[in-house]
Design a protein around this ligand. Structure first.
Ligand code: NAP
Length: 492
């Protein structure tokens, strides 16, 4: 099955931070793929903007290198690459000074959509917003895209919202959480609201609990300074895991339309109860000496990666969260995320309750239907269904998966499993804010997060150590064991 590509209207997209890591790894490769798919019309412009002094050719060379690295040399067609590079411009600009702004104005045309991607440190957002207006480059049709982190607490998020609001209306601001751009995440909404099968069961009467896991194998080396000021709660839970929780827990919006969806998500965030200290487990990864298996498997401990032997920042967190409303009263949501875990795996598992009465007797065992929504790797969904074990051995029950791996189901040539950034940038051009966070949503998320963080800061407790390559600290297992539940395995 080949996907249908609907070209967007002509646009000029400026990437502030056009030489940075995010532009190289995600934004430019995403734009290339959309161009190669025929979605970006000729005549659009993609303008890289950063302080470095680069000629147009030097920047195009940089873009070309980034595409070779992150799209893959073998996936670049020389003709398409040449045409794509034809869209690229570069402006050497200082976000906090006067250099480059008149030149940028010359690149951004009035007769098309203009969007500005703020792929720079949030401390520069205000300066850029002000200059875009001051130089007459932005108007009330301009769109701006801002990256995470959106603040580090409620106060800073409010300040950032105020700064942006001085120059742009909320309808012009696209706050990215790339988790919302993942195919599976959108499929979650299709699954819930496009089928009659699940929604009647989607409540505390039938769902025992829900697990959301985002496990990473990488450590924080290379971004230790940023990470140590943030930790797993700020870096992952407040945004990505919270967004997943919202989509799982929210009521059906009246329409798949930006404010209808975001209103429902906001209600979920506001229904979150404060988390009790004994329902949170924070961890920090230890190191591993090379041992016999050789230098390759040596892993530096967290405190070496952040260069602070006394750091109390968590690289792992597990917590039990309650959504206090009619639908979810009594059904806990267990969230877990961490670095240097056993495998890179993100999934949501909806664990349904036992059948009300077991007609097969105790020897048939306890079986539960589990709907697993995999975000990575192998985006897809699996529904565990209980059946009779084949053979003459009596009525023994086993669980078998009804599996839908998108890449298999939709065909190998299908490009539907697009990178989240690709889709989100195209949504900006289409003017669709559904998959972007609204200012009040972000503030509500911080309002829930702040007291939790304050709690452990004032308790001054060290995170529990855990082995690299494990599923996190033992204590996180206890969080579920003591309620006769189990985390799903983090699989290699
Ligand atoms: P980065 O690699 O440090 O790049 C920063 C970019 O900003 C560079 O292009 C830099 O170029 C430019 N810049 C810095 N100061 C400037 C100024 N005064 N005027 C104009 N341009 C300036 O950072 P990044 O990793 O790409 O991250 C960019 C943003 O995305 C950050 O907010 C980050 O938190 C967020 N983010 C990044 C990732 C990721 O995977 N990298 C993921 C999620 C969110 P010059 O030095 O030449 O000016």
């Amino acid at each position: 099955m080949v996907s249908r590509v609907i070209p967007v209207d002509p646009f000029d997209l400026t990437i502030f931070g056009g030489t940075g890591d995010l532009a190289r790894r995600k934004i430019l490769p995403g734009l290339y793929r959309r161009f190669a798919a025929g979605q970006i019309p000729d005549g659009c412009r993609i303008v890289g903007a950063a302080r470095s002094d680069l000629s147009q050719d030097a920047y195009r060379d940089e873009v070309s290198d980034a595409l070779a690295e992150f799209v893959g040399k073998d996936k670049l067609s020389p003709d398409t690459l040449k045409a794509f590079l034809g869209l690229i411009r570069y402006v050497s600009i200082d976000a906090t000074g006067d250099k480059g702004w008149s030149e940028l104005k010359g690149h951004v045309r009035d007769d098309r959509i203009s969007a500005f991607y703020f792929s720079v440190a949030p401390s520069l957002f205000g300066a850029i917003a002000e200059r875009l207006h001051g130089h007459g480059i932005a108007d009330d049709t301009t769109r701006i895209v801002v990256e995470k982190p959106f603040g580090r607490d409620l106060e800073s998020a409010r300040a950032l919202n105020r700064t942006l609001a001085e120059h742009f209306d909320e309808t012009q601001i696209y706050r990215i959480d790339h988790y919302l751009g993942k195919e599976t995440v959108q499929n979650l909404m299709a699954l819930r609201f496009g089928n009659v099968l699940f929604e009647p069961l989607w409540n505390s009467q039938f769902v025992d609990h829900i697990q959301i896991t985002v496990a990473e194998t990488v450590g924080v080396a290379g971004r230790g300074e940023y990470y140590d000021r943030s930790g797993a709660m700020r870096d992952m839970v407040q945004n990505h895991l919270m967004q997943l929780l919202c989509l799982i827990a929210m009521e059906p919006p009246s329409q798949f339309e930006p404010d209808a969806v975001r209103d429902e998500k906001l209600k979920v965030i506001r229904a979150l109860e404060p988390v009790k200290p004994d329902e949170i487990v924070r961890g920090q990864y230890e190191g591993r000496s090379g041992g016999q298996s050789g230098a390759k498997s040596r892993v530096a401990p967290y405190h070496a990666d952040v260069d602070d032997p006394d750091s109390r920042t968590e690289s792992f967190i597990a917590m039990k969260v309650h959504v206090s409303n009619w639908r979810w009263a009594g059904t806990p949501f267990y969230l877990r995320t961490g670095k240097r875990l056993k495998a890179r795996q993100s999934e949501i598992a909806v664990v349904f309750k036992d059948a009300p009465h077991s007609i097969f007797g105790a020897e048939a065992g306890r079986h539960r239907n589990i709907l697993t929504i995999r975000l990575q790797p192998n985006e897809g969904m699996t529904l565990g269904v209980t059946i009779k074990e084949p053979g003459p051995g009596g009525m023994r029950l086993i669980d078998v998966p009804l599996d839908m791996t998108f890449a298999d189901a939709l065909g190998a040539e299908n490009d539907q499993v697009t990178d989240a950034y690709e889709r989100l940038v195209m949504d900006v051009i289409r003017g669709n804010q559904t998959l972007f966070m609204r200012g009040d949503e972000v503030e509500a998320a911080w309002a829930w997060t702040d007291p939790i963080i304050d709690g452990w800061v004032s308790a001054d407790k060290r995170p529990y150590p855990y082995e690299p390559g494990s599923a996190g600290p033992e204590e996180s297992q206890m969080l579920l064991h003591r309620e006769n539940r189990r985390w799903r395995e983090i699989r290699e």
